[in-house]
Write a protein that binds this ligand. Structure first.
Ligand SMILES: CC(C)(COP(=O)(O)OP(=O)(O)OC[C@H]1O[C@@H](n2cnc3c(N)ncnc32)[C@H](O)[C@@H]1OP(=O)(O)O)[C@@H](O)C(=O)NCCC(=O)NCCS
Length: 151
């Protein structure tokens, strides 16, 4: 198991997983390539040997805030802790860049993902201002750097 940056040569397995799990967007190769070269976005992949097992996409919203835009683990590799590892890796990466708060959008009905995010310290922070495919979207958030206000 290894986590590293997604590269342009990951386009084929990446397109496959994005199209399956986030089918409300059209994932043509040019769109994916643009995202990979966008400096406000960062994508990490989890590999089992040569198999592309999952990914996490992060977006820098401003100097202190980032968002987890997407997270998926392939069917057949689930419930083995891969998503937890991707989140841990992403949070450590974001903390190292000075990010102080991470948020994410998740379908209200996606109980599995919500359980996962809650286990990583995210809390329900509000309701997103628009629906996706008719579904209510919740905003979850997690502060990264605990500030010591006594000093
Ligand atoms: C959500 C998703 C990323 C989880 O990936 P995963 O590698 O299976 O997750 P993990 O093995 O790290 O599981 C972590 C925790 O999440 C929860 N969870 C994940 N899948 C679950 C399921 N099918 N049933 C119940 N709880 C589940 C559990 O709390 C689990 O901990 P546990 O196994 O100790 O009980 C994966 O199911 C997926 O890709 N789903 C489709 C895309 C998606 O919904 N992405 C998230 C929204 S952006």
């Amino acid at each position: 198991m290894k986590i590293s940056s997604v590269e342009k040569n990951d386009l084929i397995p990446l397109k496959k997983i994005l199209s399956k799990e986030f089918s409300y967007l059209k994932w043509d190769p040019a769109f994916i390539e643009n995202r990979l070269s966008d400096p406000s976005l960062k994508m990490f992949k989890l590999m089992e040997g040569k198999k592309f097992v999952g990914f996490i996409e992060l977006e820098f919203m401003d100097e202190l805030t980032a968002r987890i835009n997407g997270l998926a683990v392939k069917n057949g590799f689930r419930r083995q802790g891969h998503a937890k590892k991707l989140i841990d890796f992403a949070l450590a990466f974001l903390e190292s860049t000075g990010i102080e708060e991470v948020n994410l959008l998740v379908r209200k009905s996606n109980q599995h993902a919500k359980k996962l995010y809650e286990s990583k310290g995210f809390y329900l922070a509000g309701i997103h201002d628009r629906k996706i495919q008719g579904e209510t979207i919740e905003v979850y958030a997690k502060p990264l750097a605990e500030k010591d206000y006594l000093n």
